[in-house]
Every structure is written in structure tokens, then in C-alpha cells.
Design a protein around this ligand. Sequence first.
Ligand code: GDP
Length: 200
Amino acid sequence: MKITAAEFITSNTDPAKCPDSSLPEYAFIGRSNVGKSSLINMLTQRKNLAKTSGRPGKTQLINHFLINNSWHLVDLPGYGYARVSKSAKKTFQKFITSYFNQRKQLIAAFVLIDSRHAPQPIDLEFMQWLGENQIPFCIIFTKADKLKPKALQRNIKVYSDIMLETWEEMPQYFVSSSTDGTGREEILEFIYHINQQVGN
Ligand code: GDP
């Protein structure tokens, strides 16, 4: 899919105030610093569409971007940032859960996982929650350029093995690098094909 237009629409903390639109929507979420903003900029080929995190945990907002006038890309706040207070964490959980539960337009979430790290409980628990709430998701293993191919394959295998302890099968996954563009075509093709099916 060629990205011909990408524009910021709105930011908010209230799922009820998200754009009133029937366009298909894809949400990007992951731990702070996982490379989410860089990935969104890489996918859309815009330098600063998503703000890369100078101060992780600060931007606890649901950000909607309109892509090619035909679908929404949603940048959700990073989770698991240690310095955020307990009450901030609760608020975060509340609006993220209501976003996922209320947003009928959501086609799928992309859960970003740093390909360098061992599986973290917070990510596994979050995916478990998505599964229990029947929210379709894919995994994106980010920062692939930081690993040699063998180490990358090994880490993905470790991740799959852990997932398969609770999941019947490994969710669909992508490997990305915002530095060299790895994964861009595959992720955009995935979105494109679903949009075709839903008539956009
Ligand atoms: P966010 O907090 O998830 O939005 O993460 P950012 O996109 O701000 O990235 C966090 C840090 O990781 C920044 O220093 C980025 O330059 C770096 N980074 C993000 N993606 C990649 C990648 O694919 N490769 C490399 N080498 N560094 C990355």
C-alpha cells in the first residue's frame, strides 16, 4: 500500500470522543520505548507524525491519524513505564480497556515487542487480556536491526514457545526495523488486504 496521505486528527483520553467514523481502525500499543512512534513514522514515511518519546509516560493519549482518507491508525499510550504513579496507571488501564471494549471500528491491535528482550509478564498479560476480550491482535517484533539474524530467530522462537504455553497457536507476527524499513511492506499489505475485505 502506498501512503498518499497521513494526517493527525485528534488526541484524547475518552474513547467516546474518538472520531465518529466507520473507517477501519488499527491500534498500535506496547511498552514505553518499544519503538512505537518510530514505527508509525516509518510506516507512514512521515518524520514526525507520531512524537518519538523524549519523556516516556507523558503522553497518555489516544491519538488518531487518518491514512489515505480510508483508515485510522491509532497510537495508544505506552504502558509499563515504572515512573508513572499508581493512580496514573489505573487511569491508563481504565481508558485503554474502555477503548478496546467500545471501539467497534477496531479491526486489530498491533502489540509491539522489543525483539531484543526476553518475554515480559506485562506484555504477556496484556495479550492474554486481549485474547480474553476477543480483540484480534498481531505482534510486531521491533528493532530487528539491533540483532544478528540468528539471535533474532532465537528470540522469536523463545517468544513463540512461551506464547504456546497458553495459546493454541502463535498469533500472526511481523518483524520490523524503523531504521531500515524491515516489515513495512508486510504490515501495510496486511492492513490493505483487510481494508479491501471490509470495503475500504
Ligand atoms: P516509543 O516510546 O515506543 O514511541 O519509542 P520510540 O519510537 O520513541 O523509540 C525509542 C528509542 O528506540 C529511540 O531512541 C529510537 O530511536 C529507538 N528505536 C526505535 N525503533 C528503532 C529501530 O527499529 N531500530 C533502532 N536501532 N532503534 C530504534
